[in-house]
Ligand binder design. Structure first.
Ligand code: PLP
Length: 436
């Protein structure tokens, strides 16, 4: 199959110093964290080398310049995931902290939400709707909040291939019993790469008067346009999956809503006035940014959004090419790939994130043997234990591709899987024992 994409992966790849430092390595773990292009590393370095001053509180020009840079990145982040005029971005440590923030403020009695979200005015018992396909970051914070605030947790079921398949009357029944105040779903699975069609759930949330949240941790790099078109009340992501650094992410949502919700963490930088027994708080987003922010990482996030925007066409063409090529090549190996069965369930497609099982071989063994061949994949439950249960496994091996990967990387993976099968003497369809 000739390379379909006319984009030059090799010149994009040269922008990633990782490959100079690790020649010969096949990096197939971008769903865990993406590699960083030089422009992102330079932005982090620029702040820490030349502009290393604090923001928002300095009266001197250098501090004001750094504040300007951070505020420009904030505006870019909000525009990257939202078309709403009133959208703002709250900087967090990442997706996980974003969900902890939302779980607190959306279940706190101090938040004033009933004017905007009718479910908060209902007398029915309150509930939160999630799915079995969610990352633990979009489950555990809600469990903690639900226990504290007395909410019921409801889960849309996933099937044995990772698709969301609620029974026809699932939503209607849930809504007749509970006031579903929060619907929080991942647009794209970090396990299967499936881009879920969330439009029906978005519509349901709007009708139910619920807050609709999108876990955009994976979608932010593969399909940011779908986040924008869903127009969620909040979306949550981490910079490090979008070619940015670790340590920063954002919650994007309506500033007027955030102005009326409870505070989360307290400290310097989020107050207007502190008295001995009470304090006044800034408007959003400032009231959610207690303490010194990850300033260099925010600079780098700005560069990451520039990189993703400038390379958007190349990114989707290269990913589409890798998806078609890897689909065909992997099918021929006889391994089980999760989320790839032709399905009647509505999805918006997939990205090249492959969870697979070499029959008879534990995912960790597959990962270790591939590592011996310089191929980096992930093995485990991928922080999705409910989904693993639905898939009927305890772990999968996962290979995830990005803009810097090539068809050669797919070929290396196929050869590596061949070697795993040889070591374990499996024919790809049944179990045999490991060769000693
Ligand atoms: N949600 C999804 C879908 C993810 O893939 C991840 C990370 O893998 C997270 C949430 C959590 O992101 P972080 O660990 O950066 O907070």
């Amino acid at each position: 199959m000739p390379q379909a994409s006319h984009y030059d992966t090799m010149s994009i790849r040269k922008e990633f110093p990782f490959f100079e430092a690790n020649p010969g390595i096949v990096y197939l773990d971008s769903a865990a964290t993406a590699l960083k292009p030089r422009t992102v590393i330079d932005a982090l370095l620029r702040y820490n080398t030349h502009e290393s001053v604090n923001i928002h509180r300095g009266v001197y020009r250098l501090s004001q310049q750094a504040t300007d840079t951070v505020e420009k990145v904030r505006a870019r982040v909000a525009r990257f995931v939202s078309t709403a005029d009133d959208a703002t971005a709250v900087f967090t440590k990442g997706t996980t902290e974003g969900f902890n923030l939302l779980a607190h403020i959306l279940t706190s009695e101090a938040s004033k939400l009933s004017d905007r979200f009718a479910a908060y005015a209902s007398a029915k018992p309150p509930a939160i709707l999630l799915s079995e396909s969610e990352h633990h970051a979009n489950i555990v914070p809600w469990q903690i909040a639900a226990q504290r605030a007395g909410y019921k947790l409801l889960y849309l079921p996933a099937n044995a291939d990772g698709y969301l398949v609620p029974p026809a009357d699932f939503l209607a029944q849930a809504a007749s019993t509970y006031a579903i105040r929060i619907v929080s779903l991942s647009l794209q699975s970090n396990v299967t790469g499936i881009i879920h069609d969330l439009a029906p759930y978005r519509e349901f949330a709007a009708k139910a008067g619920a807050v609709f949240i999108v876990d955009a941790a994976q979608a932010i790099v593969h399909v940011p346009e779908h986040i924008r078109s869903l127009a969620p009340d909040f979306s949550v992501f981490s910079a490090h999956k979008l070619f940015g650094t670790t340590g920063v992410g954002a919650v994007v949502g309506s500033k007027p809503v955030l102005d009326h919700t409870d505070v989360y963490q307290g400290g310097g930088g989020m107050i207007t006035l502190v008295e001995p027994d009470r304090s006044g708080y800034l408007e959003a987003p400032g009231k959610y940014e207690a303490g010194t922010q990850a300033i260099g990482e925010i600079y780098a996030l700005g560069a990451a959004i520039d990189f993703a925007t400038q390379n958007a066409a190349a990114l989707s063409a290269i990913e589409a090419d890798l998806l078609a090529y890897a689909d065909e090549k992997l099918a021929a190996t006889g391994i089980r790939i999760f989320g790839k069965t032709p399905t009647p369930y509505a999805t918006l497609g997939r990205s090249p994130i492959y969870s697979f099982e070499v029959p008879g071989v534990h995912a960790h063994d597959t990962g270790t043997i591939l590592d011996e061949q310089d191929i980096c994949i992930r093995a485990g439950h991928h922080c999705c234990q409910l989904l693993m249960r639905a898939l009927g496994v305890s772990a999968t091996a996962r290979a995830s591709f990005s803009v810097y990967n090539t068809r050669d990387d797919v070929d290396r993976l196929i050869d590596g899987i061949g070697y795993v099968k040889k070591i374990f003497r499996t024919d790809g369809h049944g179990t045999k024992h490991k060769a000693s």
